[in-house]
Design a protein around this ligand. Sequence first.
Ligand code: URA
Ligand code: CA
Length: 443
Amino acid sequence: MRTVDLIQKKRDGGELTAEEISFLIQGYAEGRIPDYQIAAWSMAVFFQGMTARETAELTLAMARSGDQMDLGSIRGVKVDKHSTGGVGDTTTLILAPLVAAAGVPVAKMSGRGLGHTGGTIDKLESITGFQVEQNREDFIDLVNKHGVAVISQSGNITPADKQLYALRDVTATVNSIPLIASSVMSKKIASGADAIVLDVKIGSGAFMKTIEDAIRLAQAMVDIGTEVGRETVAVITGMEQPLGRAIGNALEIREAMDTLRGQGPADLTELCLLLGAHMLVLGQAALTVEEGYEELQRLIENGYALKKFKEFVAAQGGTPSFIDQPGLLPSAGHSFTVTAPASGFVHRLEAEEIGICAMMLGAGRETKQSAIDLGAGIVLLAKIGDVVEAGQPIAELHTSLTDSSVLERIRERLLAAVTIAPEPASAPPLIYAIVTKDGVKRV
Ligand code: URA
Ligand code: CA
């Protein structure tokens, strides 16, 4: 087999066989095929696309390129959840204990973040003593004993995807539906998920800008799941504004606890209940989404969800005293408020820009090496559709930065991401559609 022939075949719209895809991915991961040939092939895929079968083969080839977690010794259906990225997302911190409280085992490997805030792992490190590194045996024991564990992704999950993603990033080939779908699904499959719930975002900060493209991406991922025997459901959700109110690591831990107590922001609560309800159905802990939704509401109301969070934190070595005294969480040096420049209704709270402001305050990493200020970030005091008076605080900024000219620039950037106008505005839709193996249901 020659790489150049496979590039040409794809360039001319042909369909590659499983052996041909394996040859490319294995050859690339082992350093036998150079970047420039895989770059040319990625561009051919970008223009010609891939069939559902090719996309599934690519996914499996990448999943096979590194370690594959065998979660077979954990009882029950292991349901994983993945979000295509949002600002102030917070959902994993809530869903892991919530779904576990309903009896579905959660064995989750998560990442650190490069972006607006840290990833789930960075957020968990806001908790004193919490151990994100666990060996495989301890990980499985934790899940069998407590129903939940969240650990840092091992170094050698889907190395071929890591390599390919980095190459796509610099060759303008990130935005290809089969390449995104196989990249996401390869990681979930290698992590040992039996079933997968996906949160596919649309909006300013997301990969997909329109509902049609988001549905196509969701269908591609659901098709892969069906093809490889891991049932997959995708919920398409809006990212017009940050999810919930908190954007920052310790700030989101606090927001997750509020939500588990039933006192969280409405949008974040609703999304967690819906994603969680689908996880319960796939995990065979509920017969219908409605039944799952009600069960999760009950677990929040009767305190079991928060109790499971406490158990989860303690089991991984965290000191749970912050749960009753959130003041014990890391906090930034100081905080100040940004006020509404005019009276009216909030029309726009641009997610991507607000995320960047949180990062500039210290909540996220600009490069892999940067350190995170776990206490830094933003708490939004108003959301789209709210009525505000001029001079009323609309956001709280938490930071350890002290340079007043830098802080002024961040304040101005935040204000530029907000539009307040006299006409009434309504909150943007949160849920657009649900994609399953049986088809697309628009909400
Ligand atoms: N997220 C991924 O993991 N891979 C992609 O290709 C795009 C988003
Ligand atoms: Ca949030």
